[in-house]
Design a protein around this ligand. Structure first.
Ligand code: C5P
Length: 232
């Protein structure tokens, strides 16, 4: 599987309501060099003992934490104790929340990922919630994250190259990735292809439905890894 290993990583978003289906996918994709992302649908369905099955895997908990600082920092510690490798927090939670979350993450082998602007949102949506347009909002939130001690951020691939011009050392995670010949998911707006995301400098691509809903998910994941390796 070494030819599939690239410096740009691939995370699979296991977005299903069915715990058994998730555990089967985890097993099916088990020998591929992937990060496994568990999000809001699957987290409440997991059993404590499931975490034992994850010990040899890189687990990305996409909890998108956003609450008062003490709540968030204790939640970060709980996921750190479970052995998660990556965990998301919303940058709009503010400086104190982010600083305390980062402090909690630092005591574990846990990479905190600050979510800037969801890839489902457009400029018009941001105006509705009182934010500036996308690029300005992403830059402002990442500056806040950097000033709070974070160095890894979630954004769309469309913002990566401009962010890396300002902060060359930041780690960029990009969802909203469409695969060859596939139209974009209906709830995603700021999307990119694998090639576009890798060329922009994305460090981790997140793909969910395009792989898990493919007729042969193992082959779709392998093909995505080959594409990443060929343009890295
Ligand atoms: O199925 P699809 O590839 O669109 O899944 C994208 C995944 O990335 C979902 O699990 C979603 O929660 C997550 N995500 C996102 N936008 C962000 C952060 C995470 O789409 N800004």
């Amino acid at each position: 599987m070494n030819s599939l290993k690239a410096s740009t990583k691939l995370a699979i978003a296991h977005d299903t309501n069915d715990r058994q289906a998730f555990l089967e996918s985890l097993k099916l994709l088990g020998d591929l060099p992937l990060i496994h992302k568990i999000g809001l649908k699957m987290l409440p369905r997991l059993e404590k003992s499931d975490w034992k099955l994850f010990q040899d895997k890189e687990i990305f908990v996409d909890a998108k934490l956003h609450d008062i600082p003490s709540q968030v920092s204790d939640a970060v510690k709980a996921y750190g104790e479970w052995g998660a490798k990556y965990l998301t927090v919303h940058l709009s939670g503010g400086k104190q929340m982010l600083t305390e979350a980062q402090k909690a993450a630092s005591t574990y082998n846990l990479q905190l990922l600050g979510v800037s602007i969801l890839t489902s949102l457009t400029d018009a949506d941001l105006l509705d919630i009182g934010f500036q347009q996308t690029q300005a909002s992403v830059e402002k939130l990442i500056k806040l994250g950097k000033n709070s001690g974070l160095n890894s951020f979630v954004m769309s691939a469309q913002e990566v190259s401009s962010i890396k011009k300002i902060y060359p050392d930041v780690y960029c995670v990009t969802p909203g990735i469409s695969l060859e010949g596939e139209s974009k998911q209906s709830d995603q707006n700021r999307t990119a292809s694998i090639q576009e995301a890798v060329q922009a400098g994305s460090d981790m691509l997140v793909v969910g439905r395009a792989i898990l809903k493919a007729p042969k998910p193992y082959l779709a994941a392998k093909r995505a890894l080959e594409l990443i390796a060929s343009c890295s």
